[in-house]
Design a protein around this ligand. Structure first.
Ligand code: ADP
Ligand code: MG
Length: 682
């Protein structure tokens, strides 16, 4: 018997070159192969007769070969084979292209099982390139449910299936990790059956059952993992904060906190005096004032003799936090430090030294902050801003820094409840569902190319009133293949044509960090009228004087992303606008974009996005550290998610430390999942 960890090269027919193709799909071991699940199936179980065949609907039928196949060499590289077959209901002409060798197998007077789709035209009906097998053969291409695999160049579906089948024949599938009680309660196939059935189901119902099992399993492992993480933190004892007086802090604020901000701060204060590390998510729409929650938390940590760290996803944002919080906190005697990747080595060394010997109270920075060379004197609080970019693994890594610091994560991505439950199953949640007073919703329009002159006039009008505009393009540079606006080219075009007299700035992800920062800072100081940018500006940047956001080729963005972009305007007192341009004709796309014009409620938009696009936007590649789900589709499988969560919660309670083989295997899988997440962190 082979092991799951054995390399695929032990399979017959898998040499170095095949192995390379498998590697392109991240398949290295038999286990990887067995867990390379089909993306869909072709149901070839239906057996019909020739008279019942329908045009373009593939099906199997049994028929006898009525003549000896004749192959004509049409031209170089093109052989045409014709043969007639019949059953008791009728006759059918088959045509094969370049299958001389295969069709030579067809014997006059013998019956075969064919699988193909009828094509029909004015000459009559026929079938092109059906697959066929002899009657007594093991079904491979006909009379079965055929799994359709994600493939890569050079690797055919048949080759993949053959390899998987071999692997399953010589190797036990991954062990059972779901307790029997859970399987019975939720009608879940045992692991052994499921791993076979996902590849070689007896029929479509069994394929569905197998899929359900694997989805359930993924969710179960993930939820159980989060629960374990939470349990391990809840078990930790730390000294509770004793000084929770926010009077001076609140006095120094230039405004009154909103009710929702107050509630979030109250939640946090309660956490800080509990004597276990805080794990709180503050979820609030763009502009709802989350930074103040972070500031209050840092203020308290520092009052209690601890250091605080604030992590931002981009340098621009770290800079901005540094400046705005310095203004607020420096007068209170709090020492701030900025730690980002673009500091010179010397600056970095000095800042790190200050952090290490406790000269800095509040350290603000990017991921560089978490890098292993940063040592804190006594880190008591970590705030992660725009949390959706920090995955589960980062959370656990951060918690490992310092002595069980309090953790506060802030997300501006309104995530549908079910998803939030899953992603943040290890966190308590505070929701800020109220904007500071006096904010008018950003008025949003969707227009086509015919509005170009009017858009330009509108931009000019805003600039003449002393305001600033953002123009967001989906691409950085011109790309022939992807027909969409690029920031570089569009900025040039505008500068050289309609806006010769305006100051146009450029910001995109391919610029150096220092250049980006300079551009953003200069725009924030009002030194440019129009900023042409990519989604780099999506996160958190605050320019209250910007009142117009133009989003080019808006159909290229997800709704949640559009919502984030739109949140860049409407941050000041003046009325703000968002104009989305799109050349898309697809009614669904248009409907999706129109939804943006109707609501500014981030939660509603997120729900809509989830319905339309699936969770890719939440769990996409941007989510460093977030384990991806192989089988599960979060928008479709919500019920399974709920079941798996309930089951895992119950299991943790009853059998968290159980020593059954299932429980041990489950803990192994959880370890792997979170390890894998950690591996993709950087
Ligand atoms: P978020 O991070 O939630 O997107 P910010 O914390 O950046 O939002 O706040 C957005 C803007 O609103 C900032 O300019 C901030 O100073 C301001 N602000 C925050 N809270 C209030 C409040 N209670 N009243 C008025 N303005 C506020
Ligand atoms: Mg923010």
């Amino acid at each position: 018997m082979a092991k799951l960890t054995d390399p695929v090269t032990i399979l017959k027919g898998v040499g170095p070159s095949k192995a390379k193709q498998f590697a392109a799909l991240n398949i290295y071991t038999l286990g990887d192969l067995i867990c390379h699940f089909p993306r869909g199936y072709e149901d070839r179980t239906r057996l019909t007769t020739i008279d019942k065949l329908e045009v373009d609907v593939p099906a199997c039928f049994k028929a006898m070969v009525m003549n000896t196949p004749r192959t004509n060499h049409i031209r170089k590289g093109l052989d045409l084979t014709k043969v007639q077959v019949a059953d008791h209901t009728g006759r059918l002409n088959l045509t094969f292209f370049n299958q001389k060798f295969a069709t030579e197998q067809l014997q006059y007077g013998t019956e075969y099982i064919f699988y193909g789709a009828l094509s029909g035209d004015y000459v009559g009906y026929g079938m092109t390139n059906p697959v066929f097998e002899t009657i007594g053969s093991t079904p491979v291409m006909t009379r079965r449910v055929l799994p359709i695999y994600p493939l890569t160049a050079g690797l055919s579906n048949a080759a993949m299936l053959k390899a998987v089948r071999q692997a399953l024949a010589i190797c036990d599938p991954p062990p059972e990790i779901l307790p029997e009680s859970v399987r019975v309660k939720y009608g879940i196939l045992p692991a052994e059956r499921a791993y076979y059935a996902i590849h070689e189901p007896v029929g479509m119902p069994e394929a569905e059952m197998a899929k359900k099992r694997l989805i359930f399993e993924e969710f179960f492992v993930f939820s159980a993992g989060l629960a374990l993480m939470r349990a391990s933190r809840d078990g930790k004892q730390i000294p509770p904060y004793t000084d929770l007086d926010l009077t001076d802090f609140l006095k120094a604020l230039p405004f009154q906190l909103t009710g929702a901000q107050r509630r979030a701060i109250d939640d946090m204060v309660a956490d800080l005096q509990k004597g276990t590390p805080m794990n709180r998510l503050v979820q609030g729409d763009v502009g709802s004032g989350k930074t103040m929650i972070a500031a209050a938390a840092a203020y308290l940590a520092i009052r209690n003799g601890k250091q605080a760290a604030l992590m931002a996803p981009t340098e621009i944002l770290a800079e901005q936090h540094y400046h705005s919080l310095s203004k607020l906190l420096t007068p209170m005697g709090i020492r701030l430090a900025l730690l980002t990747g673009s500091l010179t080595p010397k600056q970095k060394r000095e800042t790190r030294a200050a952090v290490e010997d406790g000269q800095a109270d509040l350290v603000i920075g990017t991921h560089a902050l978490v890098s292993d060379s940063t040592v804190f004197h006594n880190l008591g609080l970590v705030v992660a801003d725009e949390q959706h970019r920090f995955g589960v693994a980062q959370r656990s890594k951060l918690s490992a820094k310092g002595e069980d610091p309090h953790l506060l994560v802030m997300s501006a991505t309104p995530i549908p409840r079910t998803l939030a439950l899953l992603m943040y199953g290890d966190l308590e949640v505070s929701i800020i569902n109220e904007l500071p007073p006096g904010r008018e919703p950003v008025e949003t329009f969707l227009v086509g190319e015919s509005y170009r002159a009017r858009i330009n006039a509108f931009i000019r009008k805003h600039v003449e009133q002393g305001h600033q505009c953002f123009i967001v393009c989906p691409a950085v540079e011109e790309n022939q293949e992807l027909d969409m606006k690029s920031a570089v080219a569009w900025a040039n075009t505008l500068q050289q044509t309609v806006f010769r007299d305006l100051r146009i700035a450029l910001l995109h992800g391919q610029m150096k960090a220092s250049e980006k920062e300079a551009a953003m800072a200069s725009f924030a100081r009002g030194e440019a009228d129009v900023m042409v940018a990519t989604t780099v500006i999506e996160v958190g940047v605050d320019v209250p004087n910007a009142t117009l956001m133009v989003i080019e080729d808006a159909d290229r963005f997800g709704l949640s992303q559009l919502h984030q972009l739109r949140g860049r305007v409407g941050r000041g007192k003046a009325k703000s606008y968002c104009i989305m341009t799109s050349r898309a004709k697809n009614p669904e796309t248009v409907r999706r974009l129109k939804a943006m014009c109707k609501t500014t409620d981030g939660f509603k938009i997120a729900e809509e996005d989830l319905q339309l696009r699936g969770p890719g936007d939440f769990f996409g590649s941007r989510q460093s550290g977030m384990p991806t789900f192989k089988v599960a589709n979060l928008s479709m499988d919500l019920q399974t998610l709920k079941d798996a969560q309930a089951a895992s919660a119950q299991w943790m309670e009853e059998a968290g430390t159980s020593q059954t083989p299932e429980a041990i295997a489950l803990r192994g899988r959880i370890g792997e999942l979170f390890l894998r997440a950690q591996g993709t962190m950087n």
